[in-house]
Design a protein. Sequence first.
Length: 479
Amino acid sequence: MRAAPTILHLDMDAFFAAAEQASKPSLRGKPVVVGGLGPRGVVATASYEARRFGVHSAMPMGQARRLAPNAAYLVPRFSFYRSISEQVMELLGRLSPLVEPLSLDEAFVDLEAGGVADDSASARAAGERLRVDILATTGLTGSVGLAGSKMIAKIASEEAKPDGLVLIEPGTERELLAPRSVRILPGVGPATGEHLRRAGMTTVSDLAEAGEDELVRLLGRAHGASLYLMAQGYDDRPVVAERDAKSVSVEDTFDVDLHDRVRIRSEVERLAERCVARLRASGHSGRTIVLKVRRFDFSTLTRSETLRGPTDDPGVVREAAGRLLEAVDTTGGVRLLGVGVSGLADYTQEDLFAQAEAAEAAEAAAEGAAASVAASASASGSPSVDGAGGDVAAAVTGVSAVSAVAPVEPEAEPVERRWAPGHDVRHAVYGAGWVQGSGVGRVTVRFEEPGSEPGRVRTFAVDDPELEPGEALPLVGRG
């Protein structure tokens, strides 16, 4: 614990929704909800105008639509949000070498390590300058909390919302926390909160009065002891500049439950490819492959397999994920699939055993294919089986014998372009705009830019050759 409030917590205000309002003049001051728009989508962020109707993050999108039917519902633009986040993190980096990002819109900063604050006055001045700089650079607002510990700084930034700054003097932590709900403490979620409620503890002061021994009895040694210290206002966790990634994963939720086992296997393979692409982009490899399956009844299963060495080979990850899928019962349908890689390393090790097994499998498949073709030719009276030679050779060189003899799929018809609500477009005549909605072969676009007045709405055919996907425009003009 510090004697001066030199730990800063920044939390951007309704970040995704605020970024959309700033980039779309017609939405400013109106309820905006960002998230997945499918039947099983959830709210990622709601603007403060939408929150007045009871809409909040993690709420099912269907429920949000019932509460705020007239809000604007938009699909996230993560590359756009990431570009703004990079600007914000650069400003934080100017304050201190110790910046600990928690997400795109949230971070801790050690002001003392940066030499910009050593008492309450200098800490407040640094926080106010940061808020001004963020607004000037991004056009968005952020809330700042300042305290002697990370826990209290985060509580302070929550009290500062929206667009404010709250400084909590060291030494006042216990008085601040005592009347608050136990849920305000890190690590106390719904389950732990309910467990404590049943034991008669609903406020932080209840935890402090119960004592460490009672909390350890209820929650176990590590969690109970930690919670008791936090109830006293004690938190000595340092600001950590870099966090080592523990895993890389991707997952998809499907609008309609998947029942076809072949389709499920195909989706797992696709997720494995995406996971490896993300793994390689991070400069890592990994030893443990993890499969996540959420079934029709919301039960979630995870299966894992640890390899002999770290890999970033998409074939190895794909096959491992496929093997894990074989051990999962998907009867009744699947609503979510995920593939992850953990046990990360910054090098790769060729899995010679896996390669040997693959070669053996290929040889066995080749022999089986050759025998099958020969038997078929013999039974039908065919004069020769030479035509199978190419397929058998392909199997020996590592191509699946099953795919080699499978019928050729007909060429897929061109997929109609899809226009997601909120995404950027550009028209050859009308310029930059964004999609308000689409359907029945038409797409409605509002043409406006961050610095313009609310724009006009026009409707086009979804395949209009003059309408193309566009790039997000900066919220603040470049000088």
